[in-house]
Design a protein around this ligand. Structure first.
Ligand code: PMP
Length: 384
């Protein structure tokens, strides 16, 4: 019966990140630097709130867009942190992670043949969702610009069919952040254009320097931007599956329909946990951030000392060094490193063809692992 499976679904490949993680589990003693999730436990007060919700039998459906109190807390959070104003009643949706937020957003705005501009290299979660909607991914190559999408790089890719641009800053996989000026230029370019921007700000709390600035806060951008955020990274809550969309009412009202028929609502227990996170844990990311900065500085310096060329990441928990000088494809480099030194990283080509020639190293691991893994990496590159 496989011939009856939707060809669009058949064409989707499993993510390169998963492929490597699955392979690593077959190696004994492998050190893995592949995973994109915090290694910290969910803060205790959030766990307690979830237990209390279970004990109080708060286990029923919630309103489709999420509990109003949680939408109020989410709205207050993005106002307090980033100066964004969204009405909790009609402009916020609680989703099952940022992943589902992306899915309902794309399904709400794309139609057959809609072009979606993606800065490459980029998080591999976007392209399959675009394709499932019949959309056409169009990549803007950011490699010669320190992995930053600028108005100049963006402009030549805009056509009559462009429906949306997806931005992710701080970026997975590069850790780069768009500056205020770069965002202002993009806002200016889009000023008179009817094009949506999906602004994936899931790493907004993990930014190491200047404060996070959302594209939606620029003049004229609120009406065309759908901001996506969530608690997976900021509160170390990947498994709880809580994300948010912030968008003007005229778009949100349509997204809610897709959301309703898709999942009805996000998990009620997780919503109570999220309410606690956004009420009494608004700065929970701070101690984790301190640890990430220390780890970033350590691995960054080690890589430089080994002779890698790389940009200094300003957010998220990834480094994206070039491996071009080793004359191996990113997959061959990754496989050889795993076989010879039992260290797993993600080949850059998992982040589109624009990631070829790089590897992604996650530093969401304890210092002991990072020390051992970088030692092994050093032995590996010395022999190459
Ligand atoms: N966007 C980016 C850029 C990510 O890195 C991730 C998770 N790795 C997601 C979205 C999905 O996050 P969530 O766990 O909230 O679905």
């Amino acid at each position: 019966m496989e011939h009856l499976v939707n060809p669009r679904v058949k064409d989707i490949q499993i993510s390169g990140i998963r492929k490597i993680s699955n392979l690593v589990s077959t190696y004994k003693d492998a050190l893995t630097l592949t995973i994109g999730q915090p290694d910290f436990p969910t803060p205790d007060h959030i766990m307690k709130a979830a237990h209390a919700a279970i004990d109080a039998h708060k286990t029923t459906y919630t309103p489709n867009p999420g509990m109003l109190e949680l939408r109020q807390a989410a709205s207050a959070f993005v106002k307090g942190k980033y100066g964004l104003e969204y009405r909790p009643e009609s402009e916020v949706i609680v989703t099952s992670g940022a992943s589902q937020a992306l899915d309902i957003t794309l399904r709400t705005i794309l139609e057959e043949g809609s072009e979606v501009i993606l800065p490459g290299p980029i998080y591999p979660g976007y392209e399959p969702l675009v394709r499932l909607c019949g959309g056409v991914p169009v990549y803007a190559d950011t490699r010669n610009n320190g992995f930053k999408l600028t108005a100049e790089l963006l402009e030549p890719h805009i056509t009559e069919k462009t429906r949306c641009i997806i931005l992710c800053y701080p970026s997975n996989p590069t850790g780069r952040v768009l500056s205020k000026e770069e965002l202002a230029d993009i806002a200016k370019l889009l000023e008179n254009k009817s094009i949506f921007v999906i602004s994936d700000e899931i790493y907004s709390e993990l930014i190491y320097g200047q404060p996070h600035v959302s594209l939606a806060s620029y003049p004229g951008m609120r009406e065309k931007t759908i901001v996506i955020n969530g608690l997976s990274k900021s509160h170390s809550m990947t498994g709880w599956r809580i994300g948010f969309t912030f968008a003007p009412e005229e778009i949100t009202q349509h997204m809610v329909k897709v959301h309703q028929y898709n999942v009805t609502c996000a998990s009620s227990i997780s919503q109570y946990a999220a309410l606690e996170a956004l009420t009494n844990g608004v700065d929970d990311a701070l101690p984790m951030k301190e640890a990430y900065v220390q780890r970033r500085d350590f691995v960054y310096k080690r890589l430089l000392d080994m002779g890698f060329e790389l940009e200094k990441p300003e957010g998220a928990f990834y480094l994206f060094p070039s491996i071009e000088k080793f004359k191996l494809s990113s997959m061959d480099f990754t496989m050889k490193l795993l076989e010879e030194q039992k260290v797993a990283v993600v080949p850059g080509d998992a982040f589109s063809i624009y990631g070829e020639g790089y590897i992604r190293i996650s530093y969401a691991y304890g210092m002991d692992i990072l020390e051992k893994a970088t030692e092994r990496l050093e032995m590996f590159v010395r022999k190459l």
